[in-house]
Design a protein. Structure first.
Length: 115
């Protein structure tokens, strides 16, 4: 299993970023996918999740109405569109799949929201 995130960077408050995560080594279209984030000194937290077909999504209360998770199973890719970014969204963002009782993680992509 390999997960590769991209799209992070430095953005001003109120700005937008779109994260991507390309999956390989497993039947991507058969698995729910998740985005987590971890800020310095804090525990990793679940940000958003999407089912295998993309028909059902869930979000942390802190990002509802601002973030949108989506997927393209033809491209084996899951996305996280982040709008109205706040300084408290600053974190390393990780893609995740739970397969055969094992959590698999990407390397993470840094998102920094600062003026």
């Amino acid at each position: 299993v390999q997960l590769v995130e991209s799209g992070g960077g430095l953005v001003q408050p109120g700005g937008s970023l779109r994260l991507s995560c390309a999956g390989s080594g497993f039947p991507f279209s058969s698995y729910s996918m998740r985005w987590y984030r971890q800020a310095p000194g804090k525990e990793r937290e679940l940000v958003a999740a999407i089912d295998s077909a993309g028909g059902s999504t869930n979000y942390a209360d802190s990002v509802k109405g601002r973030f949108t998770i989506s997927r393209d199973n033809a491209k084996n890719t899951v996305y996280l569109q982040m709008n109205s970014l706040k300084p408290e969204d600053t974190a390393v963002y990780y893609c995740n799949v739970f397969r055969w009782s094992v959590h698999y993680w990407g390397q993470g992509t840094q998102v920094t929201v600062s003026s």
